[in-house]
Design a protein around this ligand. Sequence first.
Ligand code: 5GP
Length: 207
Amino acid sequence: MNLSSGAILVLSGPSGAGKSSLISKIIDHIGPTYFSISTTTRAIRAGETDGVHYHFVTEEEFKREIDQEMFLEYAVVHGNYYGTSLGPVKQALKEGKLVIFDIDVQGHDAVQNRLADITTSVFITTPTLAELKKRLHNRLTDSEEVIAKRIEMAKREVQRVSEYDFLVVNDDLDRAAEILVSIAKAARMKIPTLQINEFVQTWEAQA
Ligand code: 5GP
């Protein structure tokens, strides 16, 4: 797939690691971006808005979109469907934007398979499992059962950190944001193989 002059930044990590806070903190400091709004079948949480945090749909609607091949990738996370719509991503890449995904490890795998050339990935986590448990309990948005599921998931996800380009430990929000700004700026500079080959040919041709 040759889509672009844009680039992709994948952010993964356990719920509660502070991905959303980090994204809000860096978004105005990294140039033109498009934050991909995923589609999900999970229930809307207090404080969330349809079309802003997610496109909330029924399982039937989600499956229809799968059949219509509307997703760049999709996965089942914590028993709910989550997916990235291809259309807006293609458009943003054409416009040369940095496209940011907040997706899980399965989604990251799928994006790497299709668009590795223009993708930079970051795994964001708390310094320890104990800290993650504390944050999940403190945010008061999920039931004990949901928190337990998220913790189990986090333990599995953390095993796959080595698949990512960068690991950011969100101990101090300002420091983590500073690191993420550097990574986002570098992500834009990633050169697809095709362009490297073209550059080398042109470079050699002008001897
Ligand atoms: P939450 O329910 O806490 O908003 O998200 C749960 C998990 O789903 C997070 O790890 C988040 O990164 C992941 N997620 C959100 N949107 C997508 C998506 O479009 N695709 C995939 N694969 N994962 C997603």
